[in-house]
Design a protein around this ligand. Structure first.
Ligand SMILES: *[C@@H]1O[C@H](CO)[C@@H](O)[C@H](O)[C@H]1NC(C)=O
Length: 460
């Protein structure tokens, strides 16, 4: 039995629906006149919804900050936070690299905002995250990479219809953490479907790329940074490694051996260190759950970042939601990581590192970067994965491993393969690198979108 005739009809209906939606949606409706408490700025901001499924009434929320200067000539950059289930608005835009940071009484300008270099598009994805919603609540129970990425593609197609002036700008997809799944898969889908976006490359920070390597490097990072003992590290290497603990914990079937090692790790690391930045102090007043899913096993270790607490308060203000054209559908509060999204955790095992190979082979620029104080997706794993990928696809080193600089200080280390596949660390940076090292992160971002090498030592 062939499903073809039906899907043809569905496609036609879909296209008709799309034209209809396009005809009635204009970007001016989404223009933000001003966010409550914001300082005056010269650039435009937009926010609102793009329907990605007309029948199921599924809509994704975006926030778009045009470049501070000359937006027409600057690239367009999509940003995706991870989780799975965490918000690009709450984390990416308001804690990491958006134009403003929330304070007790409003917003202050972020001096290292990425919209100094690009037009920044922040997407809350999948539906169920942040202000994005599905009218059919059953949707939340079956979310995986495939539907997330498909919805993101529909979002982009319709977003470009709303903002046709950006169709010819260089386009990049960026993200972090579980974005290591979304970003490469979305880029691949664009390439495979020959969707005519001007996609030039992707950049991903502390990304989940390969389950075993990434999770096992966590154990090594804990040990090398003094968070666990020699004894605990030995248990990880001989009794049960970290990826196995994680795999078993996730499926609810911890064996006694792995449970024992997990317990030892938890007791040594303790609850009062931020595993997303092992050198940072924690914000003691609140607990938060950004990237909760990727963090600790049984203990639901949560990061403590006061900045995120302020963002939480700000985005829950009614006047702010009105200014953003946002609404809460089926939820009473906005939260940085979703309580309703039930993600298929088997998807964590999908390796996305081979996709990076396919992307560079098709000529796209790929940057993998690591905040080097993160133990959740540590640099050790990411660096090894990129290095192994380069060998496999026979990309020679075109820039040997070297320090890169922001002014006179080392901002990290970098290596480039075949001119377009790069790896870089950001020294002193957390899992959310631009949060703790905004200036260095902006230098890295600028070099990436411009396609230039990272700066060397400068005496001026
Ligand atoms: C709601 O979504 C579920 C899961 O995607 C689907 O199976 C079901 O048919 C939908 N219900 C309606 C009324 O469309």
């Amino acid at each position: 039995m062939s499903p073809r005739p039906f899907s043809m009809v569905a496609t036609i209906l879909f296209v008709v629906a799309q034209i209809f939606v396009t005809a009635i949606s204009v970007s001016e409706d989404d223009k933000i006149s001003s966010l409550p408490g914001q300082p005056p700025v010269k650039f435009q901001q937009y926010a609102g919804y793009i329907t990605v499924d007309d029948k199921q009434q599924r809509a994704l929320f975006y926030y778009f900050a045009e470049a501070e200067v000359d937006p027409a000539s600057k690239p367009l950059v999509l940003w995706l936070n991870g989780g799975p289930g965490c918000s690009s608005l709450g984390a990416g835009a308001f804690v990491e690299h958006g134009p403003f940071k929330p304070t007790e009484n409003g917003l202050v300008k972020n001096d290292y905002s990425w919209n100094k270099e690009a037009n920044m598009l922040y997407l809350e994805s999948p539906a169920g995250v942040g202000f994005s919603y599905s009218a059919n609540k059953s949707f939340y129970r079956f979310i995986d990479d495939e539907i997330t990425v498909k919805d993101s593609l529909v979002f982009l197609q319709r977003w470009f219809n709303k903002f046709p002036q950006y169709k010819n700008n260089d386009f990049f997809i960026t993200g972090e953490s579980y974005g290591g799944h979304y970003v490469p898969q979305l880029a691949q889908l664009i390439v495979q479907t020959k969707t005519p976006f001007n996609l030039k490359g992707i950049a991903i920070g502390n990304p989940l790329l390969e389950f075993n390597t990434d999770f096992n490097s966590r154990g090594e990072y804990f040990w090398s940074h003094g968070l666990i003992s020699d004894l605990a590290y030995e248990s990880l290497t001989t009794t049960c490694n970290y990826s196995q603990i994680r795999r078993e914990a996730q499926s609810g079937s911890l064996t006694p051996a792995c449970a024992g090692v997990g317990k030892l790790l938890s007791s040594e690391i303790g609850k009062f260190v931020d595993t997303y930045d092992v050198t940072a102090d924690v914000c003691l007043s609140t607990i938060d759950q950004q990237s909760l899913v990727l963090s600790q096993l049984q203990e639901t270790q949560k990061i403590d970042v006061c900045e995120e607490d302020k963002t939480h308060n700000y985005l829950n203000r009614k006047d702010v939601q009105q200014a953003l054209h946002a609404k809460l559908v089926g939820l009473s509060t906005w939260s940085v990581c979703s309580d309703v999204v039930k993600y298929d955790m088997q998807n964590l095992e999908i390796p996305t590192i081979p996709i990076l190979g396919k992307l560079v082979e098709s000529g796209l620029r790929v940057l993998v970067y690591s905040g080097d104080q993160d133990s959740v997706i540590p640099l050790i794993g990411s660096r090894a994965l990129v290095n192994a990928l380069a060998k496999e696809i026979r990309f020679k080193t075109t820039m040997p491993y070297r320090a890169w600089f922001e002014g006179k200080q080392v901002a990290g280390w970098t290596q480039v393969y075949g001119d377009i596949l790069s790896y870089a660390t950001i020294r002193g940076a957390a899992h959310e690198a631009p949060f703790s090292q905004p200036e260095r992160s902006l230098v890295l971002f600028k070099a990436f979108v411009e396609g230039k090498p990272l700066p060397e030592f400068s005496s001026s």
